[in-house]
Design a protein around this ligand. Sequence first.
Ligand code: GLC
Length: 514
Amino acid sequence: MSSAPAPWWQSAVVYQIYPRAFADSNGDGIGDLAGMQDRLDYIRDLGVDAVWLSPIFPSPMCDNGYDVKDYCDIDPLFGDLATFDALLAAAHERDLRVLLDWVPNHTSSLHPWFVDSRSSRTSVHRDWYYWRDGRDGDPSTPPNNWLAAFGGRAWTWDDTTSQWYLHLFLPEQPDLNWGNPAVQTAMHDTLRFWLDRGVDGFRMDVIHLIGKDPALPDAPPEQAHTNRVAYNDYPGTHPMLRGIRAVLDSYPGERVMVGEVNLRETARISTYYGNGDELNLAFNFLSLSAGWDVDKWRSLIETVGRDLQPGAWPTWVLSNHDARRLRTRLGGSEQKARAMAVLLLTLRGTPFLYAGEELGLEDADVPPAHALDPGGRDGCRAPIPWTADPPHGWVGQLPPLPFSPASESRSVEREVADDNSMLALYRRMLGVRRGSPALQLGELELLACPPGVLAFVRRCAGDERRVLLNFTDTHAPVAVESSCDIEVASHDARVTGEYDGVVPPEAALVLRPS
Ligand code: GLC
């Protein structure tokens, strides 16, 4: 029996670009689309398959673009529709797919829909957002006890119409009322706008929040924060996801939707894959807190294997624009970060690689006076150092955020020239992965091994790889049944040859049967 080939996004590695921090073409200190296009060869040579661009739509940038003013245009900081089309074509020429970051839960308060909505109680768009009187008719008390993600309550009083409006994030990010069919239609149209232009899919921001109980009930007091309350996981979200999926599926070419489902239980996340008719992929952020802990990793791998429903393809992430960079979380250790790079790219599932991880960047130290982000996440959003000498390839105005530590030695220029750099390791690992059906699509079996070591085998159609990760600071003897060659060694990207039965301290090895 022949089975259909796996969709591209199962074997792919997705590279996340934070546009303003990536590469600047016009000297204003802000990364832009033309700058990105100039760096496409670097991205292709790295060996990834797709890029995901954090939001590039017009925005007042209260939340760095996650407050969208127009879903069908490009913010002038980044370029325009013509530069986007050029970037997309240039990416496709290099076999790189392009995913956009779609922000469906809320708009900017400057979006014309909200401007109209707040203008009068009878405006056309009034019911596109959540407007309510105060609790028990008391204007001084918000309608419920929900809190906003960046602090304070999730309601803001608006004098114009003397009602409160809901925002699970900043007051400048009012929540759209997805219960209103007109909102669904309008938002579907924004997807079509980009699908028609040829984008390959979307990362969908806080997608688990779009459905809300229309009664907007109080959360139990101990759960009143956005990351825990019941409205985080309202069942009404699922039909909405099916509607969105139908839009994507009406296009040829396996367009993908990967959702940010910011829940802490894999079994709950699993429901967002629906019956194969909701998300294609859902982020699982538990890996962001597994740290350098063999037990946590083993248990997480077991949980993902057990609690994701059959057919739900896993995802893995070690860093993104919302979290401290991996290396920073590992106390700056290059060895540990290198071992984790091998882990990210050998687990069963689609890896998401945050730009700058391949250089081993740490968070920048951002003095409070220079902070830009309401959520305190500036450190991981520092500019990419392209050249060794300051200002590291950023010609013209300096980027608003400082560079991360050791940007000279961790610049692309230096790392490209060093065959044992973090970049060299990533390139090697990505190349090996690309050539191995087992690493791309195979089953994963955890293996018994000495304490402090994580060992698993990946198998697919006669192809096999073993991965051994030694979390301890001493050499770990780990026997294998038959002779194997080292294909990748995290501690030294140049090492190959027969495996001698010992994993070096804080190192990961990829072994291939010899
Ligand atoms: C997501 C984004 C984050 C943003 C928030 C609100 O969590 O990743 O950066 O602040 O949604 O849109």
